[in-house]
Design a protein around this ligand. Structure first.
Ligand SMILES: CC(C)(COP(=O)(O)OP(=O)(O)OC[C@H]1O[C@@H](n2cnc3c(N)ncnc32)[C@H](O)[C@@H]1OP(=O)(O)O)[C@@H](O)C(=O)NCCC(=O)NCCS
Length: 190
């Protein structure tokens, strides 16, 4: 049995070793981590799964990104304790977090992962014109949460940065704008 709950500050100490077990200790070399550098995960979309002994057995986080100027989410990492995989925990975390994201008016989600797993959540491989530099196009998945949003045919996925280099860089991402330590849109990609 497991429960899904919001991530709490003390959970990070359990999440980091879980991510190391699932993705390896060199996981921070992955391209997707360049989209997280200096940017905290979105607290409202960070969830964990805990077992009957309150042990943390799964976690999901999202980061704010942009498809050019279109605000979007980057789902991940999603990690389930290897001893608890295949029991629906990943499914529960993804469905729950996507429901909260849609309710919070997020419109577009990207992730880097196996399309064979994520198709069940409504994700599809991004069209060729949508690019996440240095990432395999075959593993770039997207899902539109707002039925009124049409995915542009072309676009570059961009990270956010913490230091605005010009007024044009000031953050207008709906998930982070106006918050302390305001995050600005990156004008260049890594
Ligand atoms: C991938 C992962 C998140 C799935 O979570 P989970 O709780 O084990 O999966 P669920 O119980 O929700 O779903 C199990 C189903 O997913 C399938 N599945 C699991 N990983 C898969 C993959 N990489 N590709 C295709 N299908 C996959 C299983 O075969 C099973 O299929 P079934 O429902 O037809 O039997 C988990 O195995 C994990 O943490 N893996 C290591 C880290 C990782 O790869 N994370 C995802 C990339 S961000």
């Amino acid at each position: 049995m497991f429960v899904i709950r919001s991530e709490m500050p003390g959970d990070a100490a359990s999440i980091e070793p879980l991510l190391d077990r699932c993705f390896g200790v060199d996981r921070q070399q992955k391209t997707s981590y360049r989209y997280r550098d200096g940017v905290p995960p979105l607290a409202d979309l960070a969830f964990v799964a805990a077992d009957e002994d309150q042990k943390l057995v799964g976690a999901i986080r999202y980061w704010p990104v942009r498809l050019d100027r279109q605000p979007a989410l980057l789902l991940g990492p999603l990690a389930i304790d290897p001893e608890r995989q295949g029991r629906g925990i990943g499914r529960a975390l993804v469905f729950h977090s996507l429901e909260i994201a849609a309710a919070a008016a997020h419109r577009l989600v990207f992730l880097v992962g196996d399309p064979a797993y994520y198709a069940r959540f409504g994700f599809a491989v991004a069209p060729p014109g949508i690019v996440m530099p240095s990432e395999s196009p075959a593993r770039l998945n997207y899902r539109v949460l707002d039925p009124n949003l049409r995915l542009p045919r072309t676009g570059i996925l961009k990270p956010l940065i913490v230091t605005p280099s010009s007024p044009a860089d000031v953050d207008t991402h709906p998930a982070t704008a106006g918050r302390p330590n305001a995050i600005a849109m990156a004008s260049a990609i890594h």
